[in-house]
Design a protein around this ligand. Structure first.
Ligand SMILES: Nc1ncnc2c1ncn2[C@@H]1O[C@H](COP(=O)(O)OP(=O)(O)O)[C@@H](O)[C@H]1O
Ligand SMILES: C=C(OP(=O)(O)O)C(=O)O
Length: 410
């Protein structure tokens, strides 16, 4: 399918009103997208025929050798990760929505972990699905639309996303019948990473303009391919920082070239590819905001349960939705909590609509010894990864740094 770049950027960026366009002046930033034209592989350090080059001084980005429209928005996101902290504003790789009472939730997560799916919620106002800022005034979206994955999209499962696909939406890399225009969402022959790019107004309960008050809940979505992290745990502030800096998750099939099955990874701030400063700089800003506004941190495993990938299954989306509902409505704060060994995570005893036995992952594994070994293996990976950060000071004094170091697995 051909790509209409104007439409694509239109769906992605915040569109100026006709009045604003009259005095638009010089653009702040220019993207040269020559995606069909490969870069020179023989240039020093070039490892493929694709390059995305950003010049912060000239305020220009050049895209070569890739027609994936995601590069434009993620390139600008990287620019924002440089510019915003300079202005004291935190940029975050997260979805964002707001309840009727003005309670805002941020959903951090790497590609495929559920930001779009879980922030698009018929009972809440959508602020955005992927890129936001958290300033002294509250949260705001960087984009003007969503870029939803649409592989296996089904009306019953995701009605809001399904209904958002109408005139004004660009479908990317999907296979369709040229005569009837019927789209085969199950067809992965072009790529697994098929997309629907639609303006935010296509979601009926979008919050326009896409701004909201300070976040009340900070939800870290970790897609655990080992299947040992609990479906949900409540985090202390130092634990939130530990997991935010670690960014443990799985690369999901189709989200990166060559990834065919889930692969464990650590992606600092749940977006290592997009951050421009050291991860601890963003962590310090997040900690300061969460503390100031009394936000609660949660770790939600949208990955495997009942065993690692290959043995267990992906957490049921309907259960994850119930967990997210209980976070939003505050009922999860009233549960009784039990601390797990090794990761020291607080697991609730009850979540409405979720079978209680699955809340403790070891109950879902048939082989208790394999569970224990896998848990230890994951803890060792966390510790090894965090060695990269142990020498950095976070915030104004060393207290938080020490607390964060102690918040990791034993
Ligand atoms: N338990 C779960 N929680 C969230 N998403 C899930 C879950 N199980 C399966 N999925 C699927 O995983 C994908 C998540 O993708 P998406 O929401 O686009 O992630 P992101 O916006 O973080 O890139 C969707 O296709 C969703 O249907
Ligand atoms: C566009 C992207 O973001 P996400 O998959 O999180 O939507 C991407 O990482 O390619």
């Amino acid at each position: 399918m051909s790509l209409h770049l104007e439409d694509m950027v239109g769906g992605r960026c915040i569109r100026p009103t006709p009045e604003e366009l009259e005095n638009f002046g010089t653009p702040d930033f220019t993207i040269y997208n020559a995606g069909q034209f490969p870069c020179n592989r023989y240039t020093h350090y070039m490892t493929s025929s694709t390059s995305i080059d950003i010049n912060l001084q000239r305020k220009e980005m050049v895209i070569l050798g890739t027609q994936y429209a995601g590069e434009m928005k993620k390139g600008l996101f990287s620019v924002m990760h440089y510019l915003m902290p300079k202005r004291g504003v935190l940029s975050v790789h997260s979805g964002c929505n707001m309840g009727k009472d003005g309670d805002v939730a941020l959903f951090f997560g790497l590609s495929g972990t559920g930001k779009t799916t879980l922030s698009t919620d018929p009972n809440r106002y959508l602020i955005g699905d992927d890129e936001h800022c958290w300033s002294d005034n509250g949260v705001s979206n960087i984009e003007g639309g969503c870029y939803a994955k649409c592989i296996d999209l089904a009306q019953e499962k995701e009605p809001d996303i399904w209904n958002a696909i109408k005139f004004g939406t660009v479908l990317e890399n999907v296979v369709f019948d040229e005569h009837t225009r019927e789209v085969y969402y199950v067809d992965r022959s072009v790529t697994e990473n098929t997309r629907a790019c639609y303006p935010i107004e296509h979601i009926p309960n979008a919050k326009i303009p896409c701004v909201g008050p300070h976040a009340k809940n900070v939800i870290l979505l970790a897609c655990d391919a080992f299947g040992v992290l609990p479906p949900v745990s409540k985090l202390t502030l130092p634990q939130t920082m530990y997991h935010f800096i670690s960014g443990y998750t799985a690369l999901i099939a189709g989200t990166e070239d060559g990834i065919l099955e889930p692969q464990a990874t650590f992606s600092a701030c749940f977006g290592a590819a997009f951050i421009m400063l050291h991860p601890t700089r963003y962590a310090a800003m997040l900690a300061e905001r969460m503390r100031r506004h009394g936000a609660t941190g949660w770790l939600v495993n949208t990955g495997w349960s009942g065993g690692s990938y290959g043995v267990g299954q992906r957490m049921k989306l309907s259960y994850t939705r119930k967990i997210i509902d209980a976070i939003h409505n505050g009922s999860l704060l009233n549960a009784k909590y039990e601390e797990t060994p090794v990761f020291k995570l607080q697991i609730p005893d009850y979540v409405e609509g979720v079978p209680s036995h699955i809340l403790h992952p070891e109950n879902t594994w048939s082989d208790a010894q394999a569970y224990k070994e896998t848990l230890e293996k994951l803890a060792a990976l966390f510790k090894k990864n965090f060695e990269n950060f142990s020498d950095y000071k976070i915030g104004n004094d060393n207290r938080l740094t020490q607390e964060i170091l102690e918040a990791g697995p034993l």
